[in-house]
Design a protein around this ligand. Structure first.
Ligand code: CAA
Length: 380
């Protein structure tokens, strides 16, 4: 196993680091406070190629591998996890899904604009009663010959208020269970499609999370991705890759908090010396560093599995499970090392701690990752 990065991968990593420090850092506290979605920053990330990283150049993407994407996600997430979740959803759930399974016409019409950040995408699977239990879709897409009529509600949709292209999972043939589910491309502004109120969240407050309502929305059949009944497989295959992106986000949050804590421990003095000289603090840093490196190995391994064309469902789930646990533990410790200052917004670690929590929930909770992992382990 050799994770030596190529010249190109090192360049991507540096470009993401520079962008995060120069463009995301200023204003990150204010955006978090005001729950402000940074349209201008998304446009800039699009110009730099971060919105369609794994998309073929033919469709205006950057044509990069998954490891490059993971490196960029890690750097962006060290500074601003709200920005990085938009990048993650657009890249792994929307662009990747369209590139892998869309028709040529769908790619021309939607992917070419999603991969430049000209428009943003959203992935709409979760419902009030279908979060973890994703096969229990209540949203319906009834077949009317050349179009579907879509009805239902989706919840907790990242980019919900700012996206223009929505991949909506819905039940067409209830009697067939998950084999009767479809995925449709819905555009903002289609009659009967309403964006619900914005959620007031604990973390990733700069990202835009809404419920969505579909009331007799007429969606042309050419907007269905894949064969009739392919929707649930589409969601599972897409989420398997999405989980690598969220694992990289968790890794970045953990590494960002660790770097701040390390720096602080070398300047903050108590009892006549820098706190890093107290074993209680030094041992915390040792634990944090070790766990972050272990998480990084799992995340890079999952990305390399995907790039090598191997099955990455198991490695992606393990990476997400572990990296999100490390993000939570590490950010709590980073706040502790900062003491009273850690509880204050100016020092960034309390925000990273709040942001870390969602990585154990979205794109499959830790408990769902354990279902995926245990089923894989037991089948051998
Ligand atoms: N690739 C391809 N197919 C897969 C698959 C995969 N990785 N995983 C499952 N499937 C297939 C199965 O093979 C099965 O098909 P067959 O019947 O033809 O064999 C079908 O999907 C159903 O699978 P299960 O029988 O395993 O279904 P289940 O109900 O027992 O559980 C689950 C499946 C893994 C728990 C699934 O429901 C799941 O992943 N739940 C979590 C959903 C989730 O991650 N939601 C996140 C919302 S999106 C989000 O957060 C985005 C955001 O905005 C940040």
């Amino acid at each position: 196993m050799d994770f030596t990065l190529s010249e190109e991968q090192l360049m991507i990593q540096q470009a993401a680091r520079d962008f995060a420090n120069n463009e995301l850092l200023p204003g990150v506290i204010e955006r978090d406070d005001a729950q402000k979605f940074p349209f201008e920053l998304v446009r800039k990330m699009g110009e730099l190629g971060f919105m369609g990283m794994m998309v073929n150049e033919k469709y205006n993407g950057s044509g990069l591998d998954t490891l490059s994407y993971v490196l960029a996600m890690e750097e962006l997430s060290k500074i601003d996890a709200s920005a990085s979740v938009m990048v993650s959803v657009n890249n792994s759930l929307v662009c990747w899904g369209l590139q892998a399974f869309g028709t040529e016409a769908q790619k021309e019409k939607y992917l070419t604009r999603l991969s430049t950040g000209e428009v943003i995408g959203a992935f709409c699977l979760s419902e009030p009663e279908a979060g973890s239990d994703a096969t229990s879709q209540k949203t319906t897409a009834i077949d009317h010959g050349d179009h579907y009529i879509l009805n239902g509600t989706k919840n907790w949709i990242t980019n919900g208020g700012s996206a223009e292209v929505f991949l909506v999972i819905a039940q067409t043939h209830a009697e067939k269970g998950h084999k009767g589910i479809n995925v449709l491309i819905v555009e903002k502004g289609m009659e009967g499609f309403e964006v619900g109120p914005k959620e007031n969240k604990l973390g990733i407050r700069g990202s835009d999370t809404h419920s969505l309502n579909f009331n007799d929305v007429k969606v042309p059949k050419e907007n269905r991705i894949g064969e009739d009944g392919f929707g649930f497989t589409f969601a599972m295959k897409t989420l398997a890759g999405g989980r690598i992106g969220i694992a990289a986000q968790a890794l970045g949050i953990a590494a960002g908090a660790y770097e701040l804590a390390l720096k602080y421990s070398k300047v903050r003095k108590t009892f006549g010396t820098e706190i890093a000289n107290h074993q209680a603090i030094a041992f915390k840093l040792a634990d944090m560093h070790t766990k972050i490196q272990a998480a990084r190995n799992l995340v890079y391994q999952a990305a390399c599995d995907k790039d090598a064309g191997k099955d990455y469902t198991l490695s992606g789930a393990m990476a997400k499970l572990y990296a999100s646990e490390v993000a939570m533990e590490t950010t709590i410790e980073a706040v502790q090392i900062h003491g009273g200052n850690g509880y204050v917004k100016d020092y960034h670690v309390e925000r990273l701690m709040r942001d870390a929590k969602i990585t154990q929930i979205y794109e499959g909770t830790s408990e769902i990752q354990k279902i995926v992992i245990s089923r894989s382990v037991l089948k051998d």
